[in-house]
Design a protein around this ligand. Structure first.
Ligand code: PFF
Length: 451
C-alpha cells in the first residue's frame, strides 16, 4: 500500500511549485480581508499572539496529517480514507462536498474583486467618499446580471488553469501568481505604514489590548486558522497526493502555515494604517474591502494606482484558492467516476456556476429567501461550511490519523520508513491524538452555540 494506490497521477514538477500552489490555496480572502479586521476587533497584538500559538499547534500538526494521508494513498480525499478504512469513506466525501459548497460563494466574491479591479483600472471609480462607495457596492452586488457575469469570468479563469492539470496548470500559474502577489503586498504595506499618521492603525493592529478580547476571541482565532490554512476540506490531502515519495513533508508543513501567517500580517499592515490615516473605521465584513478601502484609495495620493495593485493581488489570492477548491472536485471525478481531467473540470465548473447564481442573487432579489433559519443562500452556505463542515472534517481527520490509521503508520509515511529525519515525532503524535481534536471540538461546540 505504501507504494501508492492510485497510478498514473500527475505530479508536481518541482518542490517550489508544490509550495507555491499550497501556499496559494492557503493565502486567499481569509488572509486579506477577514484576518485584518478580526485581529483588530479581537485585541490586536493579543489576538495575534493567540493566533500564532494556534498556528504552531494546530496549523503545523493538521497540515502535516493531511499531506501525509494524501501522499501515502495518492488518491482523492474519499479514496484516501476508504483505502485505509472502508467505513470512513464518507468523511472524505464530506470534505469534497465542503470544497464544492465553498466554491458557490467564494467565486462570487472573486467576481466582485474582478469587477473592482476592472473598475479602478478603467477609471470608473476614484475620488469617492464613503457614502458613494457604499452605494456603489450595494447597487453592483444587488443587481442581477452584472455580478453573475463577473462570477462566470472568474470561474472560467479558474477552469482554464485546472484544465491543464497539476504540473502544467496549477503549478505553472501558482509560480507566477504567488511571487507577484507577495511583491505587490510588500509595496502596499510599505505605502501604508509610511503614510503620515499611520501609527494609530499600526497600534490598533499590533499592540495588545486585552480589553478588546473576550471568551470568543480564542475560538474565533481557531476557526480562522482552519479557514486560512485551507484545512479540513481535503485540499492538503489532494495536493499531498501529487507528491512523490521522496518529498519532505516535515519542512513543507512548517513552511505553509508560516508563509500564510506572514501574508496575513502583511495584509493587516497594508490595510489598517491606511484606514485610520484617512479617518475611517475598520468596518467588519465585506464592507472593509469593498466599501472602506475604495474610499481610502479615493483619497490617497496615487490612489488609483494602488487600488489597481491591491485588487489585482486579491484577485490572484482568490484565484489560487479557487483553483485548489475546484481541483479537489476534479480529482474526485477522475479517480472515482473515471472522468477525463477535461471532462471533470468542465462539469464541475458548470455545476458550481449554476449554484453560484443563487449565491450572487442573495445580495439582491433573493436576499430574503431563507435556507437556514434567518439566512439567505449565501450566508447559509458560508455558515454551514465554515462553522460546521470544516471543523467537523478537521476533527474527524485528527481522530482518523491519530486513532484509526495510527500515528505509527503516519510517521512511517512521513519519514519514508526512517529515511527522512523527523525529530518531533512524539510531540506531533501527542498533538494529533489529543491536543488537536480537543481544540477543534471546542471550536465546533462554540460554532454551534453550545459553549
Ligand atoms: N484559505 C483560503 C483563504 O484564506 O481565503 C480560503 C479557502 C480556500 C478556504 C480553500 C477553504 C478552502 F478549501
Amino acid at each position: 500500500m505504501s507504494n501508492g494506490i492510485g497510478t498514473n497521477r500527475d505530479q508536481w514538477g518541482t518542490r517550489a511549485g508544490f509550495l507555491m500552489a499550497t501556499v496559494g490555496s492557503a493565502v486567499g480572502l481569509g488572509n486579506l480581508w477577514r484576518f485584518p479586521y478580526i485581529a483588530g476587533e479581537g485585541g490586536g497584538g493579543a489576538f495575534l499572539l493567540f493566533y500564532l500559538i494556534i498556528v504552531v499547534i494546530l496549523g503545523f500538526t493538521v497540515t502535516m496529517a493531511e499531506l501525509t494521508l494524501g501522499r501515502h494513498t495518492q488518491l482523492n480525499p474519499m479514496g484516501a480514507y476508504r483505502s485505509i478504512k472502508k467505513k470512513w469513506a464518507w468523511v472524505g466525501r464530506m470534505a469534497i462536498l465542503t470544497a464544492f459548497l465553498i466554491m458557490f460563494y467564494y467565486c462570487v466574491i472573486g467576481g466582485w474583486v474582478l469587477k473592482y479591479f476592472v473598475a479602478f483600472l478603467t477609471g470608473q471609480f476614484g475620488g469617492s467618499n464613503l457614502a458613494a462607495s457604499k452605494a456603489l457596492f450595494a447597487s453592483f452586488t444587488g443587481s442581477t446580471f452584472e455580478p453573475i457575469i463577473y462570477t462566470a469570468i472568474f470561474l472560467l479563469a479558474t477552469l482554464a488553469i485546472v484544465y491543464f492539470g497539476v504540473s502544467r496548470g496549477i503549478e505553472k500559474a501558482s509560480r507566477v501568481l504567488m511571487p507577484t502577489l507577495f511583491v505587490f503586498l510588500i509595496i502596499l504595506a510599505i505605502r501604508a505604514i509610511t503614510l503620515p499618521g499611520a501609527a494609530e492603525g499600526i497600534r490598533y493592529f499590533l499592540l495588545p489590548d486585552f480589553s478588546r478580547m473576550d471568551s470568543q476571541t480564542i475560538l474565533t482565532a481557531m476557526g480562522q486558522v482552519f479557514y486560512s490554512l485551507s484545512l479540513g476540506m481535503g485540499i492538503m490531502i489532494t495536493y499531498g497526493s501529487y507528491l512523490d515519495k521522496q518529498s519532505d513533508i516535515v519542512s513543507s508543513s512548517a513552511f505553509i502555515p508560516l508563509a500564510d501567517t506572514v501574508v496575513a500580517i502583511l495584509a493587516g499592515l497594508a490595510i489598517l494604517p491606511a484606514v485610520f490615516v484617512f479617518g475611517f473605521q475598520p468596518d467588519a465584513g465585506p464592507g472593509l474591502m469593498f466599501v472602506t478601502l475604495p474610499a481610502v484609495f479615493g483619497q490617497m495620493p496615487l490612489g488609483r494606482f494602488f487600488a489597481v495593485l491591491f485588487f489585482l493581488l486579491v484577485l490572484f489570492a482568490a484565484l489560487t484558492s479557487t483553483i485548489s477548491l475546484l481541483e479537489v472536485n476534479v480529482t474526485y471525478l477522475i479517480d472515482e467516476k473515471k472522468f477525463s481531467r477535461r471532462k471533470a473540470a468542465i462539469w464541475a465548473t458548470l455545476l458550481i456556476f449554476i449554484f453560484s447564481i443563487p449565491a450572487s442573487l442573495s445580495m439582491g432579489s433573493w436576499a430574503d429567501i431563507h435556507f437556514l433559519p434567518g439566512m439567505n443562500f449565501f450566508s447559509s452556505i458560508d455558515y454551514l461550511t465554515s462553522n460546521i463542515m470544516l471543523p467537523l472534517g478537521g476533527l474527524l481527520l485528527c481522530i482518523f490519523i491519530g486513532w484509526v490509521w495510527g500515528v505509527d503508520n503516519a510517521v512511517k509515511e512521513i519519514t519514508n520508513d526512517g529515511a527522512i529525519s523527523f525529530r518531533m515525532v512524539s510531540l506531533w503524535s501527542f498533538l494529533i491524538k489529543y491536543v488537536a481534536p480537543l481544540f477543534i471540538l471546542l471550536i465546533f461546540l462554540n460554532a454551534l452555540g453550545i459553549i
